[in-house]
Design a protein around this ligand. Structure first.
Ligand SMILES: NC(=O)c1ccc[n+]([C@@H]2O[C@H](COP(=O)([O-])OP(=O)(O)OC[C@H]3O[C@@H](n4cnc5c(N)ncnc54)[C@H](OP(=O)(O)O)[C@@H]3O)[C@@H](O)[C@H]2O)c1
Length: 246
């Protein structure tokens, strides 16, 4: 039986990915909120003994120890890792603080690096890790007002992805998925505004996407069908970022 670790599994895309993979793998669902984690678990297939990892990824100094304990106490080895946890606080530069910078980078970038480091430790995970997908954002290659911190974190995540893809080859493939706007808790404030959504939708040649569209891309990249793909950003945004219609 293979195991997949999904951060951000208590909501949105991470929840969708956890549910999708629960039919074929044991899933380690990571999130902070136990009620939401339990809700995700209740929607998973009960075919395997899934594991909950309630952890705040902001506590970066404890990530390695906590994950090592979880893996050894449950006698689990991880084959696939999807980093879906994300923090966004859209702020114009004048309101940016060191605290927002720290929280954004700890959750979006640093935690992923330390989780991968742990999963590469032979005594903890043997040589089992095979494929990693990091959930970035289409902002990674572009710019938007009030997105300097979040955008920088996703750019850093993708840069980390490319170097790890080279360093960990040929055993481990590392890629990222760059979603466009998808309706989740993170974007609830946008989707609640009908006018805004209509205007936004018009800029998406294929219309707005769903968490299932993102899970499809993740499933492909983790699978052996992507065996010769590593170090790549896969943009999944319905054509939003290639649309230069005036
Ligand atoms: N939605 C979009 O339109 C969109 C577009 C581009 C990229 N993305 C990216 O897609 C990923 C998934 O986002 P989503 O839309 O599915 O958002 P979401 O529904 O708000 O889910 C965010 C997840 O991240 C977890 N998380 C946040 N901070 C954490 C922390 N410090 N420690 C542990 N877990 C933490 C949350 O856990 P709790 O439930 O415990 O708080 C939750 O499970 C993110 O990386 C986001 O940046 C989203």
């Amino acid at each position: 039986m293979e195991t997949i670790l999904v951060t951000g599994a208590s909501s949105g895309m991470g929840r969708e990915i956890a549910i999708r993979f629960s039919r074929t793998c044991r899933v380690i669902l990571c999130g902070r909120n136990m009620e939401r984690l339990q809700e995700s678990l209740s929607r998973c297939s009960d075919r395997f003994n899934h594991v909950l990892w309630q952890f705040d990824l902001d506590n970066i100094d404890s990530i390695e120890g906590s994950l090592q304990n979880l893996l050894t106490s449950n006698d689990v080895k991880v084959t696939y890792f999807v980093h879906c946890a994300g923090y966004i606080n859209t702020l114009p530069i004048k309101l940016v603080s060191s605290d927002v910078l720290r929280k954004t980078f700890y959750t979006n970038v640093f935690s992923a690096e330390l989780i991968i480091k742990t999963l590469m430790m032979r005594k903890i995970n043997r040589d089992i890790l095979k494929s990693v997908v990091l959930i970035s954002s289409n902002i990674s290659n572009f710019g938007a007002v009030a997105h300097s911190v979040y955008g920088a974190s996703k750019g850093a995540l993708d840069s980390m992805m490319r170097s790890l893809a080279v360093e960990l080859a040929p055993r481990v493939r590392v890629n990222s998925v760059l979603p466009g706007a998808v309706h989740t808790a993170m974007t609830e404030h946008i989707y609640g505004n009908e006018d805004l959504i209509h205007r936004m939708e018009a800029t998406y040649p294929l219309g707005l996407g769903t968490t299932s569209d993102i899970a499809d891309a993740v499933e492909f990249l983790l699978s052996d069908k992507a065996r010769w793909i590593t170090g790549q950003q896969l943009t999944v945004d319905g054509g939003r970022t290639i649309n230069i219609t005036g």
